[in-house]
Design a protein around this ligand. Structure first.
Ligand code: GLP
Length: 258
């Protein structure tokens, strides 16, 4: 894994955007794995601002709440429309349907979507408990798309977006860990002290299903774009072990900072 330490939210957005831009420009039919949450907001803002030409690109989102319609302002569908899909014209966009009559069928359908559209670049945030997508601690590393019962910690972390506690969904549909690992490249974004523990475990802890993000240590092409606060609990050794790079151009030219 490579680490890019940034000082500002803008720095995180720019580094992430460069990867997106490179993926979109270098591939004939790029497939972008999209995440929601606050971490990728800056990247999406730059995509809008620069009017990135994505007419040939396909997006595949990570997850969605169960039982929230696309008109509900807390659904990830609504989020993607607002952030990107109403502004840029993609060739095709996919989001799991949390309103499907049969959620079991929907999981199968979504696994086919992922199979038919191999992801070139997967953008990821990270939960405070180390979840990726909505793969909560204990999820099998072999999992495909599945329905998840959200943990109290995740519901609490997402509580701020909802009016009342009971409005926070109890379940979600998420791409599985095995599907995420199939992406050719993964960029994980993290900012703030709240993520420091999860980032330390990701970089230094044992690779275990108890912290889903640790699976990324088994992936050949991962870049962690994180601010100093999110990296604050990490030891010097992890910067060396995982190779700290200063920028995306360093990353691309494979240079190493010792
Ligand atoms: C949610 C999403 C995750 C996201 C996480 C972190 O639980 N399902 O995909 O990574 O929140 O969100 P944020 O970026 O807002 O910290």
């Amino acid at each position: 894994m490579k680490i890019i330490a940034v000082n500002t939210p803008q720095g995180m957005a720019e580094a992430g955007y460069e990867l997106v831009q490179q993926t979109v420009e270098e591939n004939k039919h790029p497939v972008l794995g999209m995440a929601t949450g606050s971490s990728p907001l800056g990247i999406y803002a730059l995509m809008r601002k620069n009017k990135l030409d994505v007419r040939h690109a396909i997006t595949v989102n990570l997850d969605e709440y169960v039982n929230l319609s696309s008109e509900d302002k807390n659904s990830y569908h609504y989020f993607m429309n607002k952030q990107l899909f109403h502004h840029l014209s993609f060739a095709q966009t996919f989001i799991p349907n949390g309103m499907a009559q049969s959620l079991e069928e929907e999981c199968k359908r979504y696994d086919n979507v992922i199979e038919n559209h191999p992801i070139d670049l997967q953008i990821l945030g990270i939960g405070e408990n180390g979840h990726i997508g909505f793969n909560e601690p204990g999820t099998s590393f072999a999992s495909g798309t599945h329905i998840v019962k959200l943990t109290d910690s995740t519901r609490q972390a997402n509580r701020r977006f909802f009016e009342k506690e009971e409005d926070v969904p109890t379940h979600a549909i998420t791409m599985g860990i095995a599907s995420i690992m199939k992406a050719k490249q993964i960029a994980l974004l993290a900012s703030g002290l709240k993520k420091a523990e999860a980032i330390k475990t990701l970089l230094e802890g044992p690779v275990t299903e108890e912290c889903p993000a640790t699976v990324l240590r088994n992936h050949p092409n991962v870049v962690i774009i994180a601010d100093r606060q999110a990296l604050s609990l990490c030891s010097e050794e992890s910067f060396h072990e995982h190779q700290q790079v200063f920028s995306i151009s360093d990353l691309l030219s494979n240079s190493r900072v010792d």
